[in-house]
Write a protein that binds this ligand. Structure first.
Ligand code: URP
Ligand code: ZN
Ligand code: ZN
Length: 479
């Protein structure tokens, strides 16, 4: 299939320029002014619009079995919803139950994801430890294109990784040339604080943020960072929601440590007043971890994104409908944790980031696509409008306006955390593998068209770490 995107302005992470973009057989074949229209090509008129690398959401949970239920959005509906908002790739999570084979879990998630309509890849969570996990991590890196391992420092008595697991897994990742990622919340403290809330008679959703204050996130982020520092392994901290974890990352980066931070569109734009809503359904719809925070933290997160101390934006798309959230009607600890947003990330970030002057268009591309591609080692195949890159492209109409609503979104969930938000700047067309899959409000997707994307281990990060280790001066110890 041949598509010529004509008359637009290309926005990459490094520069902006007028060019047509020719897509052939799934990749970008030419980028330049005044390209001829090949015979039989479909022409997309991008006049007055921006042509950008499709968004990559590095943090989603499609059809995740979690907290006694299964996320309502599956790989088909979820990747389709992403395309409707200009996101052309997701990195989801394989989350093995403790004591079960991580390789079998990986195969299970691969099977579930076969119905995807856009490209995808997987981080694999390490939820327990023994020699088979050690061996299987090697198989995943060397044979299955997995270069990132996730650790949940919360969710005690379920998937929580304690320090022993972190140390074992981080060391193994170091040997394999993989990056480690963490959900940073101190699970022991959360467990204790949840019980304290229940003891005080606070059973409703308002107990959720009270049991997960920013300090428990800051502590865990700092602990993971220091473990990664000692073991000399690159670290990526997912869904930073507060000043405390951002400060831990910033401090480590200023010390020269290779630490990366992700922020969710939701944490930037939704504040903790939602937990005071008198309607259980509304408050419960916002129960996710870490919780939404006060406006003071939102200001800090925007500054983190602007300064480059936070490099990526994500959604943690993990949808549960009202009947599922109702599992926690009498006890907030039973409300399945998670919110959606894969469809809306680009438009809300454009509206609140680019249109307010907080981000340049190039920075927008960097934090929605390119940085993720670079950190997770799929650049320049993804994250760039360049000859040879995959033709995963969003044509962006900066003048288009819409009001976000669960009534009109494509996401398979009955609530939208951005409900009622009017945004200016939306995807007019999305191309996946060089095919127009979304055009002016209509999806044209094919079940199973999405491909699993291999992500090789990290040559460049590790070259740098090895050089640093070899050159390290002995540290003088004061006596
Ligand atoms: O509440 C959330 N974030 N649910 C999904 C699992 C996780 O912690 O990322
Ligand atoms: Zn998490
Ligand atoms: Zn998550």
């Amino acid at each position: 299939m041949t598509v010529l995107i004509q008359g637009g302005t290309v926005v990459n992470a490094d520069r902006t320029f007028r060019a047509d973009v020719l897509c052939q057989d799934g990749t970008i074949a030419a980028v330049g002014e005044g390209l001829e229209v090949p015979q039989g090509a479909t022409v997309v008129d991008a006049g007055g619009q921006y042509v950008m690398p499709g968004g990559i959401d590095p943090h989603t949970h499609m059809q995740l079995p979690f907290m006694g239920t299964v996320a309502s959005e599956d790989f088909y509906t979820g990747t389709a919803a992403g395309l409707a908002g200009g996101t052309t790739m997701i990195i989801d999570f394989v989350i093995p139950s403790p004591q079960t084979s991580i390789l079998s879990a990986y195969q299970q998630w691969r099977e579930w994801a076969e119905k995807s309509v856009a490209d995808y890849s997987f981080h694999v969570a390490i939820t327990w430890w023994d020699d088979t996990v050690h061996a299987d991590m090697g198989t995943l890196v060397n044979e299955y294109g997995v270069n990132s391992f996730k650790h949940f420092m919360a969710y005690k008595n379920a998937i929580m990784a304690d320090d022993e697991i972190l140390v074992n897994s981080f060391s193994r990742a170091r040997e394999l040339g993989a990056i480690v990622t963490v959900h940073a919340e101190n699970g022991e403290l959360v467990f204790r604080l949840q019980q304290a809330m229940i003891d005080k008679g606070v059973n409703g959703p308002e107990g959720h943020p009270l049991s997960r204050p920013p300090e428990v996130e800051g502590e865990a982020a700092n602990r993971a960072i220091r473990i990664a520092e000692v073991l000399n392994v690159p670290l990526y901290v997912v869904h930073n929601s507060c000043r405390q974890s951002l400060e831990a990352i910033t401090r480590a980066r200023n010390e020269g440590q290779r630490v990366f931070g992700e922020v969710l569109a939701g944490h930037l734009l939704v504040d903790d007043s939602v937990y005071q809503h008198p309607d259980f359904e509304v408050a419960a719809a916002h129960v996710m971890s870490p919780p939404f925070r006060s406006k003071e933290h939102q200001v800090a997160l925007w500054q983190g994104l602007q300064s480059g101390n936070l490099q990526t934006t994500a959604t943690d798309h993990c949808c549960f409908c009202a009947d599922q959230k109702a599992m926690g009607k009498d006890d907030f600890r039973q409300i399945p944790n998670g919110t959606g947003g894969v469809e809306n990330r680009l438009e809300v970030l454009w509206h609140h980031g680019v249109s307010t002057g907080k981000l340049t268009m190039n920075e927008f591309v960097r934090v929605t696509s390119t940085n993720t591609a670079q950190i997770f080692n799929i650049y320049p195949r993804k994250g760039s409008i360049a000859v040879g890159s995959d033709a995963d492209i969003v044509v962006w109409d900066p003048a288009a306006t819409k009001t976000i609503s669960a009534k009109t979104h494509h996401q398979n969930v009955d609530y939208n955390i951005f409900e009622g938000m009017t945004v200016t700047g939306c995807a007019s067309h999305t191309l996946s593998q060089g095919k127009v899959v979304y055009k002016d409000g209509e999806l044209d997707v094919e079940r199973g068209a999405g491909r699993y994307i291999d992500r090789p281990a990290f040559a460049s990060f590790y070259d740098a770490l090895n050089i640093k280790a070899q050159r390290a001066e002995p540290v003088a110890v004061a006596r």
